[in-house]
Design a protein around this ligand. Sequence first.
Ligand code: NIG
Ligand code: FE
Length: 410
Amino acid sequence: MTPAGFDLLLRDAQLATMRDGSVPYGAVRDGAVGINGSAIAWVGRASDIPHDCPARRTLRCGGRWLTPGLVDCHTHLVYAGSRAGEFEQRLLGATYADISREGGGINATVRATRAADAALLSAQSRPRLAALAAEGVTTIEIKSGYGLDTASELKQLAVARALGEQLDVDVRTTLLAAHALPPEFSGRADAYIDYVCREMIPAVARAGAADAVDAFCETIGFTPAQTQRVFAAASALSLPVKLHADQLSDTGGAALAAAAGALSADHLEYTNAAGVAAMASAATVAVLLPGAFYALRETQLPPVAAFREQGVAMAVATDCNPGTSPATSLLLMLNMACTLFRLTPEEALAGATVRAARALGLADRGTLAAGQRADIVAWDIAEPAELAYRMGGNPNAGVIRAGRVVRWEA
Ligand code: NIG
Ligand code: FE
C-alpha cells in the first residue's frame, strides 16, 4: 500500500537493510527510505518512489550508506570509579578470578558505585554512553549489578534511564543483582539469593525499573541452582531473563538459560554441544563479547561454527564494564568479532543490529523495512564491510531516532 506522503524522505543513499534474503546485507543500491512519524513507511530503490507521494522534508544522502541504528545489547556502563590498577595487576600475572577472590574485581566497583550519589554516577557514566551514541548506537542495554542492595541497584537503573533521555538513546535496563556476592553476605550466598528473590526483584518490578533480569552463573559468581532461583523469581513477575553463561568455565549455563526461555545467553566461550542445541531449540540468542575475550586474554573460543550450523542467532556487544571490557566502541567489537571469532562482517553487523534487537526481545527495530521504528544511521563508507574492517575512527555521519533527526552531516 502506498502511503499518502512522507514526513521525511532519505534519498541518494545505499541501504544495508539487514533483511534476510539473497543479497548480502539486504543491500539496495540507489535506495530511498520514507518515514512517517516514528516509523519507516517505505524502503526501496529511488526509481520506485511513488510519484504521488510528496515528502515534507527530504535529506539527500550523497551516496552514503544507511544502516539500522546500532544496538548494543550487553553493557554495564553505569558504574563509578576505574579498575586500571587491576589491569596492571593482571599484566603482572594475577588472574581475573584471583583479583575477585581478594575482594577486588566486581566488588571494587560495588564499593565505588555505592559511595557515589546519582549525580556523580551519572557524570562518570555519561561519557561512555556519549561515545557509543556518537558511533550510531540508538538502542542500548544497561545492567545494574554494582549496587547489590535494593537502593543502590535502583539508583543504577534510574541513572541508566535518565542518561538515555539526556543523550537521545533508547535504554533498556536489566537487573543484574546476582552479579557478585556483596561483602555483607560473605559466606552466605544462598541468603543473598533469598534477598534477591524475595526483596530486590519484587521491588524493582514494582518500580518498573528493569526490562529484564540477568545473573552471573560461574564459579566466581552463582551456581546453576542459585541462578534457577533468580530466574524463577523473575519469571513469576513476568520479567524476561538472560544469562552471563559459560564465560570462564562450563557450568551448563547456556542450556540452563535456554531451558528458562532466556532471551539471550552471553559470553559462551565454554558452552558445550548440548548448550548450543538447547539454545537452537529455544531460539535463545548467543551474545558474543569479544572485548572481554580480548581483555582477559582468553584462548577458548565460543562455538561459533556450531551456532552457525544450528541456526543460533549471534549478536555482538561491547560488554562495556570496568573490569573485563572497558570498551566504548561497538564498531571495534565488530572488528574483533571478525578477527578473533571469525564472524563475517555481515554477521557482525547483523549482530549489532537485528540480532542484538532480538537479544533484547525487540522485534520493532534492527532492519530497514516498512513498519520498523525509524532508527537509521548514515555512514561515510564505501561498502558495509568497512564498519567491521576499520580499527578505530568513526565514519558515522548522521543519526535518526524514532523518525527524528538527531544529527546529520550535510
Ligand atoms: O560481563 N562477568 C561478569 N560481569 C562482567 C564483568 C564485570 C566486572 O568485572 O566488573 C562481564 O565480563
Ligand atoms: Fe557482562
